[in-house]
Design a protein around this ligand. Structure first.
Ligand SMILES: Nc1ncnc2c1ncn2[C@@H]1O[C@H](COP(=O)(O)OP(=O)(O)OP(=O)(O)O)[C@@H](O)[C@H]1O
Length: 718
């Protein structure tokens, strides 16, 4: 053993060499104990770091909980009786590889890999099997390479040829493994995306989150981009990272083990330290790529939104000849995006330069030094004598080292990839977090200055109640408050029973539509009590009717499906009759009839769209209908037909309109003055019309007075 542990230094004459030689001898005598000590120390450091991290994580969670529980920073309730969160200090989150990232990533991982028996885990396992297979094959190829070169150096043609045959045979499983690896990566990415999209869709389309996210909250500007693009990028990045991390880690472990056997564990350890040191320096100099990625995704989303806005309003913009103004807006959006992308490119350039220098050249030199160890030093337990053996060991070691340093390089590069994953994780997590907050009734919106007055703040801190089993609609002392804290009406009280057709009037922006948003459960109730029938008994028709994607039939029965229609025993002939009532049955005469699919918003005129919306009301026959300026584009005759049919079907109408022609269909009136006041009373429409006519006459006469005075003055002067 002592003889084996002898280290030969060439040449060992000088005193310093002698000291080194005796030190080496002492080391070799106690080699096992020293190694155990070093490994134990490393293990203790690792345990301590993990313990510190856990303690700090707990403290951070406690701090976050304290902040959330503090009065004034969170709101109560959900759906109908929540209230606004007045916390305007929207946190600017840093995108970094920190505990927050790990926490978010773990949450997303639980979504994309929901359990031990999930398809995703099975895919990961088989992916890992192929990863191990590939590393083992590469190891075998490294040894084969060494043997081939050794046979060449020794001039053994038969061995060489045999080696080549093996080389070709190994190529078959090797190439298959490579293809399977990329196949698994793509499958994993797709599965992750599907899981995440399903999860987000479930949340986004429940509790009216899709409405609240844009109307009641300021934090997410473009949920469409987050759901479509960022989710996909996160899935790609996660699937890619697994192979980019798992493979190099595995490679490094296996290659380093094999290398340590031929070049000695000490050399490898020292080299590992040097590499770690330089890696730390590199990490410190690495720009925050995660934040850059998140910012780029946000800017891209904003730029896309500007384009989709132009498409939505193309007709209006074209009629205004607003293309130059729109071009300015688009150019500005694009410029901001490109400026950011250019900044990232420049950072990548400097970073790439540093990375290449350290990884390829500095670590390459270290590798060569390491490979030379068996040539200049005798490693305990190794017998290296002939030129052929030395060549074989050098070639094998060099190949393994190249693979190992390539693996380490990839691990280093993967720091950048992890940063980018942190960016995608932050984006997707922010969406999930906001959706959770909205579901719990916590909103963050910039408030108007008037919201901070004492009186308004008192209104905003209140909380109302809602019941959904009433046969009438009643507001009892309910404040009308816009999402940004503007108190439009302090206490509104009225009651509409079935048959009490209600007309709502008032100046623009006084809160007429807001009343319906509160009634529909879109806005929170800050006080008083709202009693209403269940949602299925109230139907809403806006001024600009919503036309969904799908067939003509689906436009009339929306949001019912074909199956719902059949359950209700309604046929196409019934639908035709409904369309005939509002004089729009002609649309069915298209070639595909009821099954015609078009972008209905573009192919129907404004008036036709309003008629379809009215037909929808007659199909559903609810107990109450909210008609928000929904006849503004149709003739008085069609309007008459619409109102009379609705009343005949027993629908109680709540109309917002400035048209006098509609007064006669209503019994009650709710009149806002635009200053926060209102009158709720019976509507004697004939008397009211007469009074309005009289008032208009007097107004006209009053307007003529200055002209008459001027004329009298002229006549007096002459
Ligand atoms: N999502 C929103 N976020 C913030 N403020 C809003 C929102 N929707 C409406 N408001 C504000 O609430 C106020 C009342 O709006 P509302 O739509 O109820 O007016 P309206 O009386 O129906 O007016 P009009 O006759 O013009 O339709 C307006 O000042 C408007 O700016």
């Amino acid at each position: 053993m002592a003889a084996q542990s002898k280290l030969y230094l060439l040449p060992p004459e000088r005193p310093i060499r002698r000291i080194l030689s005796s030190l080496a001898r002492t080391y070799l005598q106690h080699r096992t104990h020293i190694s155990r000590g070093v490994y134990l120390a490393l293990f203790a450091t690792l345990v301590k770091r993990i313990h510190d991290a856990v303690v700090e994580q707990k403290a951070a969670s406690q701090r976050a909980a304290d902040l959330r529980d503090r009065p004034g920073t969170s709101s109560l309730g959900g759906d109908d009786n929540g209230k606004n969160n007045n916390n305007n200090n929207t946190k600017k989150k840093k995108v970094e590889i920190n505990r927050e990232f790990v926490k978010n990533l773990l949450r997303l991982l639980r979504i994309v890999i929901p359990g031990w028996r999930s398809k995703e885990l099975r895919l990961l396992v088989s992916h890992s099997v192929f990863l191990v297979l590939r590393t083992l094959l590469s190891l075998y190829v490294a040894e084969l390479d060494g043997k081939l070169v050794s046979s060449l150096v020794r001039g053994k043609g038969r061995d060489f040829l045999l080696g080549i045959v093996w080389w070709m045979i190994v190529a078959i499983p090797a190439t298959f493994t490579n293809s399977m690896l990329s196949y698994h990566q793509c499958r994993l990415s797709l599965s992750y995306r599907k899981r995440l999209t399903d999860y987000i869709h479930d949340k986004y389309l429940s509790n009216m989150t899709f409405y609240a996210i844009s109307a009641l909250d300021d934090r997410i500007k473009n949920p469409d981009q987050l759901i479509t693009v960022d989710t996909s990028r996160f899935a790609d990045s996660l699937a890619e990272l697994y192979s980019n991390l798992a493979k190099p880690v595995l490679d490094m472990a296996i290659y380093n083990y094999s290398l340590s056997r031929s070049v000695g564990g000490e050399g490898l350890f020292i080299m590992g330290l040097l590499v770690q040191l330089s890696a730390n320096v590199m990490r410190m100099l690495t720009p925050p790529f995660g934040k850059y990625v998140a910012d780029e995704a946000r800017l891209e989303g904003e730029f896309r939104f500007l384009h989709s806005r132009l498409i939505d309003y193309s007709e209006e913009v074209a009629l205004y000849h607003g293309h130059n103004a729109e071009k300015d807006t688009l150019d500005k959006g694009y410029f901001t995006l490109i400026k950011h992308v250019n900044r990232i490119l420049r950072r990548r350039l400097y970073h790439g330069f540093m990375e290449d220098f350290v990884i390829k050249y500095f670590w390459g030199a270290l590798g060569l030094i390491l490979c030379s160890v068996p040539v200049f030093f005798r490693i305990p337990g190794q017998v290296t004598q002939t030129m052929g053996d030395r060549t074989e060991s050098f070639v094998t070691n060099r190949r393994m080292l190249l693979s190992s340093s390539d693996a380490f390089g990839r691990l280093m590069f993967s720091y950048k990839e992890i940063s980018e994953l942190a960016g995608h994780t932050a984006r997707v997590s922010s969406l999930l977090e906001v959706m959770d907050d909205l579901a719990a009734g916590r909103f963050e919106k910039k408030l108007v200055s008037s919201a901070s007055t004492e009186e308004n703040a008192a209104v905003l801190s209140g909380r109302g109640t809602v019941t959904t089993s009433s046969d009438s609609i009643e507001f009892r002392e309910v404040p009308i408050v816009s999402p940004n804290g503007d108190v439009l009406v302090r206490r509104l009280s009225f009651r509409v029973q079935r048959g009490d057709h209600l007309l709502i009037v008032g100046p623009n922006g006084c809160g007429k539509s807001s009343l319906f948003r509160i009634l529909g459960g879109l806005w929170p109730v800050y006080g008083g009590h709202v009693a209403k029938p269940p949602p299925s008994d109230i139907f809403y028709i806006p001024q600009r009717p919503y036309l969904s994607r799908g067939t003509l039939r689906q436009q009339v029965i929306y949001p019912d499906t074909l199956r719902d229609m059949h359950t209700r025993n309604i046929t196409d002939a019934d639908l035709y009759e409904i369309l005939a009532t509002v004089e729009i049955a002609g649309v069915v005469d298209r070639p595909a009839g009821w099954d015609a699919e078009e972008e209905w918003r573009d192919v129907l005129s404004g008036g036709q769209q309003q008629r379809i919306a009215m037909a929808r009301l007659f199909y559903h026959r609810p107990k109450f209908a909210i008609l928000d300026e929904c006849t503004s584009s149709v003739t008085l005759e069609i309007e008459r037909v619409m109102y009379e049919t609705a009343k005949r079907l027993g629908i109680t109408l709540m109309t917002v309109s400035h048209r006098r022609s509609l007064w006669k269909y209503h019994r009650k009136i709710l009149q806002f003055d635009g200053q926060g006041g209102y009158i709720f009373t019976a509507l004697d429409w004939e008397r009211r019309l007469k009074l309005e006519d009289e008032k208009e006459d007097l107004d006209l006469q009053l307007r003529a007075v200055p002209e008459l005075q001027r004329r009298i003055a002229e006549l007096t002067a002459t």
